[in-house]
Write a protein that binds this ligand. Structure first.
Ligand SMILES: *Cc1c(COP(=O)(O)O)cnc(C)c1O
Length: 426
């Protein structure tokens, strides 16, 4: 399988070349040359497979003819060592819980697959590399946790000092060994600027084999197709109906994976993107004009995105916006609706939701049709400062998170300068 750019201006790359590439050199995003497809007979056969078994089948197609093809069983077993649950709920609806990994958000799934694959690749090549990420919270902890103690890889995480929650900070600073995290005196944008400067800087170029691991990384999107395939099959075989998915969306990586899984032939009826009041995709769905805007802060902060980075991958799937409208519904949910949904969660659904998942639950409540799967992207205990006042009790902390919160942290504050970071790394 080869990978092309959405802008079609580069020679195709292999799966393992794609893993190490962030943005394509022509400014586009990598996409598979063709999506693997499966016959109806195969799909029926897959119905009773476990998540990991389905992951292995699809992963081998994505890595076909690559040096990692034969490593895919091992990579999937290593990456997916925690449960993914499809829970039947009320009102012809199921909830896909993707937050039982080490940092309690769905980003663990993509980050752990990427980390496993890259570490395997570097072990074969016997070459070291450095992953550098700027984070405003969730991404950094998933990436740090995924690469912790992986051979041949070092990780540098930059986050804005004082701008993330105390629990998020612990999850970034509790690692040590091959994970180096720094609190930058400044904003998230300063962290991102330093990352960009490092990629252009001669010292970093000649001394560190740098790669990024942000939400455009193809190695994070591909594994997200696995759970859509598995959950759709499971729902279909149990209820005989194709489910629609409602996906809390920000940079649209998760929604892209669902669109790909549908194209691959898995029984997915339709897709709803639930967003907060950041409205670039909503506007596009209404009028066909994609206009990025400055980010608006909301309660669902991991979805605070004014310029969704995977939009180019989504648009690449459709001839025009009429076709987009046919396949995708966008529903925008504001902070008071998110709060109301969290407050009513136990009464209406018997569940406590995180603010991101709450956008999908709210969207579900607006839809008349049946057979929906709500994608639950994070555990509510990660956002206790928002959730607890609304439900007027404390959220039980899952064991995985508890384990991290008990670890010793080591925090290092740095001025927002690349040179200072170099001195620390030397
Ligand atoms: C990152 C994130 C999202 C948004 O996912 P995208 O792939 O960027 O659309 C939603 N919920 C949570 C909890 C997240 O961490």
């Amino acid at each position: 399988m080869r990978y092309f750019s959405t802008r079609d201006q580069i020679a195709p790359v292999t799966f393992s070349e794609g893993l190490l590439m962030g943005l394509s050199p022509d400014g586009g995003l990598l996409i598979p040359e063709v999506l693997p497809t499966f016959s109806e007979k195969q799909i029926i056969e897959f119905s009773h497979y476990s998540f990991v078994d389905i992951a292995k089948i699809i992963a081998k197609q994505f890595a076909k003819n690559d040096i990692l093809e034969n490593q895919m069983d091992k990579i999937c077993d290593d990456a997916f060592n925690f449960p993914i649950l499809l829970k039947k709920s009320k009102n012809h609806t199921a909830i896909l819980e993707l937050f039982h990994g080490p940092t309690c958000a769905f980003k663990d799934i993509g980050a752990r697959f990427l980390a496993s694959a890259i570490s395997q690749l570097q072990s074969l090549k016997k070459e070291k590399l450095t992953v550098i990420v700027a984070t405003s919270g969730d991404t950094g902890s998933a990436v740090a946790s995924a690469f912790f103690q992986k051979p041949f890889v070092e990780v540098i995480v930059l986050y804005p000092d004082g701008k993330i929650s105390p629990r998020q900070e612990i999850q970034l600073t509790c690692w040590g060994e091959n994970i180096k995290s720094f609190a930058i005196s400044g904003f998230f944008d300063d962290c991102q600027r330093i990352v960009k400067e490092a990629f252009l800087n001669p010292w970093w170029k000649s001394n560190k084999n740098l790669i990024s691991a942000n939400s455009i990384s193809i190695g994070r999107i591909l594994p997200q197709t696995f759970y859509y395939a598995w959950a759709a099959l499971k729902y279909f075989s149990e209820f005989g109906k194709k489910p629609g998915f409602i996906i809390p969306s920000g940079n649209l990586g998760n929604a892209t994976a669902c669109l790909w899984a549908k194209k691959m032939g898995f029984p997915i009826r339709e897709i709803v993107m639930s967003t907060n009041i950041n409205h670039a995709v909503l506007d596009y769905s209404k009028n066909g004009h994609f206009l990025p805007h400055p980010t608006i802060s909301t309660l669902a902060n991991a979805m605070d995105v004014g310029n969704p980075s995977n939009m180019e991958r989504v648009l690449n799937l459709f001839k025009d916006y009429k076709e987009f409208q046919k396949e995708i519904t966008v529903l925008s949910v504001n902070d008071s609706q998110i709060s109301e949904c969290i407050a009513q969660g136990e009464k209406k659904w018997g569940e406590i939701f995180c603010p991101h998942t709450a956008t999908a639950v709210y969207a579900r409540e607006q839809l008349q049709s049946q057979d929906w799967i709500i994608v639950a992207t994070a555990h509510p205990a990660k956002f206790e400062t928002i959730v607890e006042p609304l439900i007027q009790k404390s959220v039980i902390i899952p064991a995985a998170l508890e384990k991290l919160l008990m670890k010793k942290i080591s925090k290092k504050v740095l001025p927002a300068e690349l040179e200072k970071l170099k001195l620390e790394i030397l």
